[in-house]
Ligand binder design. Sequence first.
Ligand code: GDP
Ligand code: MG
Length: 163
Amino acid sequence: MKPIIAIVGRPNVGKSTLFNRLVGRRKAMVDDMPGVTRDRNYAEVNRFDVPFILVDTGGFEPETNDRLLQQMREQSRFAMDEADVILFVMDARSGLTPADHDVVQMLRRIDKPVFYIINKVDGDSQEAATGDFYSLGVDHVYTISAEHNRGVGDLMDEVVQAL
Ligand code: GDP
Ligand code: MG
């Protein structure tokens, strides 16, 4: 059984962009996994010859904060149960939100590697504006731009070592 890496986070932070970036042309959908729900996208990925299954946790666009939190808790619960490594994605452009904060407190209690990622850091000016996120109290936050392929290689070097 290949290790599972789950991408979780609020809608619109860039989870699917990161998923597609990592899957690239080597995308191979995994259809027959037990318990797969339709709003999750699975792919087999090889990174530096390390094989793993990448999961993009999709979901609906929630209308209310309650629904948003509910969805994020479901994603996180799934990731905690099924994944070997969790990529928690936040968004430099919208900044740190209460929902991010809430889920991070939940993820900090679990005994699995969790990578805290700030996406949409397309250039140095966004890099300078990420100070807020250090109030989360996590050891390290990785800044990336999934769209422009910035920082993704460095992140994945660390991620595959955690497998
Ligand atoms: P998801 O809902 O978390 O899966 O987010 P998506 O991957 O669908 O992306 C949401 C929006 O953010 C899209 O318009 C993307 O083009 C945009 N986006 C994703 N990654 C980046 C990035 O690194 N930089 C910028 N500027 N926009 C991004
Ligand atoms: Mg998506």
